[in-house]
Design a protein around this ligand. Structure first.
Ligand code: SF4
Length: 332
């Protein structure tokens, strides 16, 4: 993996939303949904991005898709800074970067049949015409486990899992290089989740895809991700290769997330860590560590000084003043 090129390069990305303005139109309150996030994704890699609701992970995904303009920072795709491109210049990138969202029912136009839904992006980007397009759609449908006879059916005629397969076929119809998968299995039955994850892995090898895989818990992400980033309150608090993150979590928040997963591995963390609720006003705009009111390791230093994401062992980055001692405690 280390030899493949960097396809996605996120540099100090910030996305702030105004929550209120004064009579002069100046922001009185700001939600710092993403506040200085940096990571890279190599070609062919799956980077998992995990955090609870409101952590900023989906906002990062939407910035990468340029569905949001960013407040500051930059996203480079294949070396090109996306913020510098106008809509016309973005068009080829919109083919190369596709998305799969959590709820296929709301992301699929209910008035279009499957042929139109999957054929629409091909039409926009001038890929295939007429009968050739129909054959390409039918082949994609079969590739995602559906049938040619489904071509003229509408989204409401399918189960949730089948609708997500249609969304995946639609995303792949323009032969993208990078796919933002924003909680693609969260709305599906547990029995279907593993099937969809396995299919995404097979498609990755077949089509040479690179994924950003966003999820709210760590249970499914290990299986599909090469590396994982954990987000809390707009910040990346830990980044490591998947196995390293699961076996040696060093940030108290990552440890709490992992402890909430039922683990068949007897060597896994057995103690369930229950997080304290956040105090009012702790999130957004707070000085010091954003996690401190919920952290059992917090000291006075944590209220004054925000921890930087730093490399504590090869390719393992943690944003915590006491990462080394927490890691050694975990290893005992
Ligand atoms: Fe906890 Fe302090 Fe580490 Fe933040 S910096 S995670 S409050 S110990």
């Amino acid at each position: 993996m280390s030899e493949s090129k960097i396809l996605v390069d996120v540099r100090n990305l910030k996305k702030h939303f105004s929550k209120g303005k004064d009579i002069w139109g100046r922001d009185t309150e700001v939600n710092k949904a993403v506040d200085g996030v940096s990571f890279q994704i190599r070609q062919g890699e799956t980077f998992g991005l995990v955090g609870e609701s409101g952590s900023g992970k989906s906002t990062v995904g939407r910035c990468l898709l340029r569905l949001y303009d960013y407040t500051d920072g930059e996203v480079l795709f294949d070396g090109q800074p996306l913020s510098k491109l106008d809509e016309k210049q973005l068009k080829p990138f919109r083919r190369r970067i596709q998305s799969i969202f959590q709820d296929p029912y709301s992301s699929l136009n209910p008035s279009l049949n499957v042929l139109e839904l999957i054929g629409e992006p091909m039409k926009i980007h001038g890929i295939h015409q007429g009968e050739e397009r129909k054959e390409a759609v039918a082949a994609l449908l079969e590739r995602v486990g559906l049938k040619r006879e489904h071509l003229y059916r509408f989204p409401h005629e399918f189960s949730g899992g089948q609708r997500q397969r249609i969304s995946i076929a639609r995303a792949l119809s323009v032969r993208p290089e990078f796919v933002v998968c924003d909680e693609p299995i969260s709305a599906l039955d547990v029995s279907v989740q593993a099937q969809v994850v396995n299919m995404l892995e097979d498609l990755q090898s077949e089509f040479g895809l690179t994924y950003l895989f966003i999820a709210h818990d760590l249970s499914m992400v290990r299986h599909i991700s090469d590396r994982i980033g954990v987000m809390y309150s707009g910040h990346l608090v830990e980044v490591a290769e998947s196995d390293e993150l699961y076996e040696h979590p060093g940030h108290p928040y990552t440890k709490a997330l992992l402890s909430s997963i039922l683990e068949p591995d007897p060597h896994a963390i057995s103690e369930r860590i229950v997080l304290k609720n956040e105090g009012a006003g702790d999130r957004f705009n707070a000085d010091g560590c954003q996690f401190r009111s919920r952290c059992r390791y917090a000291t006075e230093q944590c209220a004054i000084e925000a921890p930087e994401l730093r490399e504590v062992s090869p390719n393992h980055y943690i944003a915590c003043h006491f990462a080394e001692s927490i890691l050694s405690e975990s290893d005992k």
